[in-house]
Write a protein that binds this ligand. Structure first.
Ligand SMILES: O=C(O)CCC(=O)C(=O)O
Length: 264
C-alpha cells in the first residue's frame, strides 16, 4: 500500500539491493509526501540565477560550483537541504546491531552510518537535476572530486537509472548491466565498486519499458511494484537531489568573503 509517511529500515543492510556489486541500498519511503512537496517548492522558488540550463536539462549546485574539484568553503548547505535528509541519512546504521556484541568497539562499528569514513563525516554538496520526460544523462562516472558514496533522493516522478560496465578498451556496452527504478521520495545509495568500476546514466525516454522482477534490480524493495505491472513507467518531471562529500574544501572561499563564491 502507498504510504504518505517516511519509513526507515533498522539498518542499510535491510535495504541492500541484492545481486549488485558492493554496495547499493534503496529505501522507498525515505521522505514523506509533505516533505517532498516542501523541497520541490524550495527548488522551484530558487532564484533564476541558481539554475544552469543545459541543452535538455537544468540543474542547481549547492552551496556552490566546484572549482578544480574543490569546494570553496564559505557557505553551508541551506537548511532545507540539511533537514530532514542529512540527519535522517546519518541516523541509519550500515549494519544491524547484533545482540551478542562484545565490547564497545564492536558496538560502535555497528552503529556507523554511511558517511562515517568520509573526510567530513557527512555530505557537504548537493546537485539538483530536473528531468522532464524524454531527458536523461549520458553514462558517466562521478570522478575524483567526491568520496565514493552517492546518495540520491528522487522527487516528483519515477525513472530508471542504468548501470554500465566499461570494457577494457574504454568502450561501453550499449545495454546496461542493471537497471534500478527510483520512485519519488526514495533514497538510492551507491558506493565502492559501483562508484569506481561502473558508469551510470539515464536514457532520454518518455516511458521506461520492459520492467519486471527479472529486469529491475531493486524490484523487491519498491514501494508500489503494482503500479508497474504492465512493465511500463510513464515518466513525469523528476527532480533528483544528489548528496556527496567533496574531498577537497578550500579555506580560500571564506577568506575571500561571501561575495566571492556566492550564487544567489
Ligand atoms: O539524477 C540522477 O539520479 C543522476 C545524477 C548524476 O548522475 C550526476 O549528477 O552525476
Amino acid at each position: 500500500m502507498a504510504s504518505s509517511q517516511f519509513s526507515l529500515p533498522p539498518s542499510l543492510e535491510a535495504s541492500r539491493i541484492a545481486g549488485l556489486p558492493p554496495s547499493a541500498y534503496y529505501i522507498a519511503d525515505f521522505i514523506s509526501e509533505e516533505e517532498e512537496q516542501k523541497i520541490l517548492e524550495k527548488v522551484e522558488r530558487a532564484p533564476k540565477a541558481r539554475w544552469r540550463q543545459l541543452t535538455h536539462r537544468r540543474l542547481q549546485t549547492w552551496p556552490s560550483d566546484l572549482v578544480k574539484n574543490t569546494l570553496l568553503d564559505g557557505q553551508p548547505l541551506p537548511a532545507w537541504l540539511e533537514e530532514p535528509i542529512i540527519s535522517r541519512l546519518l541516523s541509519v546504521p550500515v549494519l544491524p546491531s547484533s545482540s551478542d556484541s562484545s565490547g564497545d568497539e564492536k558496538e560502535k562499528q555497528q552503529q556507523q552510518h554511511i558517511f562515517a569514513d568520509s573526510p567530513h563525516g557527512r555530505p557537504n554538496h548537493v546537485l539538483i537535476n530536473e528531468y522532464p520526460p524524454n531527458t536523461g544523462i549520458m553514462p558517466h562516472k562521478d570522478g575524483a572530486a567526491y568520496h565514493p558514496v552517492v546518495c540520491t533522493v528522487s522527487l516528483g516522478s519515477s525513472l530508471c537509472l542504468n548501470l554500465y560496465k566499461a570494457k577494457e578498451d574504454g568502450a561501453l556496452d550499449s545495454e546496461p548491466v542493471w537497471r534500478i527504478l527510483q520512485e519519488p521520495r526514495s533514497l538510492l545509495i551507491t558506493t565502492a565498486d559501483l562508484y569506481t568500476e561502473y558508469l551510470h546514466g539515464i536514457d532520454p525516454l518518455s516511458a521506461d519499458v520492459n520492467m519486471s522482477e527479472r529486469t529491475i534490480a531493486n524490484w523487491s524493495l519498491l514501494r508500489e511494484p503494482s503500479l508497474y505491472q504492465n512493465g511500463e513507467n510513464q515518466r513525469g518531471v523528476r527532480v533528483s537531489l544528489t548528496y556527496r562529500d567533496v574531498l577537497k574544501v578550500s579555506k580560500l572561499g571564506s577568506k575571500l568573503g561571501p561575495m566571492f563564491n556566492r550564487r544567489p
